[in-house]
Design a protein around this ligand. Sequence first.
Ligand SMILES: Nc1ncnc2c1ncn2[C@@H]1O[C@H](COP(=O)(O)OP(=O)(O)OP(=O)(O)O)[C@@H](O)[C@H]1O
Length: 469
Amino acid sequence: MENFWSICLGRFEQELSAQQFNTWIKPLHFETHNHTLRLFAPNRFVQQWVKDRFLPRIQNLAEELIQHPVEIELGLQDPSMKKQMAAPVVKTASADLKVEEAAAPFLQETPAKKPAAKNVESKKSKPHGNPSGLNSAFNFDNFVTGRANQLARAAALQVAENPGTAYNPLFIYGGVGLGKTHLLQAIGNHLKMNRPDAKIRYLHAERYVSDVVKAYELKAFDEFKRQYHSLDLLLIDDIQFFAKKSRTQEEFFYAFNSLIEAKKQIIITCDTYPKEIVDVDERLRTRFSWGLTVAVEPPELEMRVAILLKKAEEAKFVLHEDVAFFIAKQVRSSVRELEGALNRIVAMANFTGNPIDVHLAKDALKDLIAVRGRQITMENIQKTVADYYKIKVAEMYSKKRSRNFARPRQIAMALARELTNHSFPEIGEAFGSRHHTTVMHACEEVEQLRQNDPNVARDIAFLTQVIRD
Ligand SMILES: Nc1ncnc2c1ncn2[C@@H]1O[C@H](COP(=O)(O)OP(=O)(O)OP(=O)(O)O)[C@@H](O)[C@H]1O
């Protein structure tokens, strides 16, 4: 075991570039303790990086070079004492590669788009053994309010104060990373504080699906019903995941009716308006609009700045307004992306030891800025709009006239007209050789819709931001 690290160093030196090796592997300090290999990183940034990229390889090498099972710990060096701290530590056992989250949340890159969560109780963090699935980190106090979400926040607070009586169900919808889960959790935490005995359950829709599957396998629907139908507050996140799950939808229909009848509160989040949820039973979609439906929209500039300042305050570091404005101007699509950008900047500051200023922020976000600087193309517009409406890009140039394709196509044409310098004939050409009057007609129709249909206006605002970003 004593020689393990020197052999590892040799291997990594061969496998990595000199710069990678010197930056990530060489600075690690190594110790052994009984059957534990201990590595210590000089800072959290290196610790997180090594955890994400190199720990599995170190694990392989341990399996190859050491004949008996070992545990690997990845801790932090204590900079002042020049000795190692026991925690926080990332641990992994040789038989089973289990990595525990150890670094502060501010050092974890936030994914731009949430990966399809599988059977998650709370996708934000582990529920700390709390059967309600609530995460106390999300509350009303740290939810920044602005035009984009003030109605949703007011409704959420109202419901948290008067569950079962105000709006039932409360249906919160909006694009990714805009604070729907945050609000859901805040409602749960608020009620829990006011009524500690209340039976509250927060869960991601996929968890509900898997509970139905389990109940089915174990023939335990009575128990399943007992659990869900006896709640005071049911918080269910990302209901669009019920699509095509007919048994789940049936069970949820019963749970829904039973809870509403008993005046127990249900709050649902979704990526779209109830009527537009695909592959979910009509009777459920109708019920979703029984109470109040509110949207969360992408935050405007000032609100993005306020969110950044709040996040900095929470993480206890100083963020000057000019830096916050700089970040907010670069990152516009979602709060999650905003957090991701801030994480990068903080990580770079920690890593380099430089202060957080606009210069450092520019450096940390240079990839993002380069991407933004790219010219907006019609291909990009077509792809973004197609992705958003979940249709194939090919439908942008196809001749199909069904509304599912025609409407997104018209919106993409109107955006192409607005965001590029192309002429009507050029746009027509790019959309399956259509006549320029078709494009003109599309632009007029979309403008009408934008003025009269708040959903279309919201879609266009969101798409414009994403394309510009
Ligand atoms: N108004 C806000 N104030 C403070 N933080 C916010 C706000 N809106 C979102 N956030 C933060 O942004 C991150 C993403 O928000 P959240 O997970 O609630 O988004 P979501 O709408 O549920 O996304 P998804 O559709 O992917 O589930 C969270 O860390 C959340 O705390």
